[in-house]
Design a protein around this ligand. Structure first.
Ligand code: GUN
Length: 299
């Protein structure tokens, strides 16, 4: 049986259209335009690409984009002053500080200075706690995008075995919380796990977020499982060129899985779509307006 290749690019385009429609409605009915502020410290080329892409999609969705590009030697006091200014600005509904920050800046201190209701990354300690206790939170964008795709392909998730590979704050841990909230039986495996292949073989749903190219093998996958690949790894090929691969050995795993995300074109596009969705959600909550429930599974 051939697997379903989950088209994250098309799925993300649908989510962005929904965001655009809702944004249009907010403008027409309430005179409010959602605004997203993105802060980049330093000149890391990969971060610059991400930030530009976020700005472009924000504008295309009809929202206001505010970019703050700061030099690599920005002090913690200067960065905190900017965050306080954005917290107080009524035109800004979402604030994202691009990570990683230069080493002289304390990441936790900076993230926790963001107003939690504007924390569209869902990284503030309050949002982490709210998600963990099943309360209304801002949910991190990548796991939110993964959950949307898993729901689409698996339907009701109650009772399914989900294995999350990776325990990062950005993906693994919040992903596990979201799947628990969907009544899955969740196991988190990581670099110190014993019998990792055996645990993966029990999974109806696999989310791979370990940052190791082509790590997950076909004989670790239960036939028919849904496999979500969060990895983005650039690997050098024999001819000296590079290509992007995920954490899953796509070519072999697709012969076993029921549904699988490709890299590129799977989870990646969903992350930015969910950032836009979170910005609309934050805007609605800040203005005490009904929020678009179809965009956010945790209400
Ligand atoms: N750097 C890599 N991924 C992310 C993300 O999702 N949010 C932020 N703020 N920085 C990142």
């Amino acid at each position: 049986m051939s697997p379903q290749i989950i088209d994250g690019k098309a799925f993300a385009a649908t989510v962005r259209e929904q965001v655009k429609d809702y944004t249009h409605g907010l403008k027409q009915q309430h005179g409010i335009t959602p605004g997203l502020a993105v802060v980049l410290v330093g000149d890391d080329p990969a971060s610059q690409v991400y930030v530009r892409s976020k700005g472009k999609h924000t504008v295309e969705a009809g929202m206001n984009s505010y970019e703050h590009l700061l030099s690599a030697d920005t002090s913690e006091a200067e960065l905190l002053a900017l965050i306080h200014q954005l917290n107080a600005d009524p035109a800004v509904h979402g604030i994202l500080v691009q990570l990683p920050l230069p080493p002289h800046l304390n990441e936790a201190l900076v993230i926790n200075a963001i107003d939690p209701s504007k924390d569209v990354d869902g990284f503030h300690i309050s949002n982490v706690g709210l998600l963990a206790t099943g309360q209304k939170a801002m949910v991190p964008c990548t796991p939110l995008g993964c959950l949307m795709m898993i729901r689409e392909y698996c339907g009701i998730l109650t009772g399914l075995n989900a294995v999350v590979a990776g325990r990062s704050h950005i993906v693994g841990k919040p992903m596990a919380q979201l799947l628990l909230a969907e009544n899955c039986t969740v196991t988190v495996v990581h670099s110190q796990t014993r019998n990792l292949p055996d645990i993966l073989r029990s999974a109806d749903i696999v989310v791979a977020a370990v940052g190791k190219p082509l790590f997950v093998q076909a004989d670790w996958i239960k036939p028919g499982a849904t496999v979500i690949d969060v990895g983005i790894n650039r690997v050098e090929q024999e001819d000296g060129t590079t290509r992007l691969v995920g954490d899953v050995d796509f070519e072999s795993v697709k012969e076993v899985a029921g549904a699988i995300t490709p890299v590129p074109g799977g989870v990646g596009p969903m992350t930015i779509a969910c950032l836009l969705a979170n910005t609309v959600t934050a805007c609605c909550r800040l203005n005490a307006l009904p929020e678009p429930g179809f965009l956010n599974p945790i209400t």
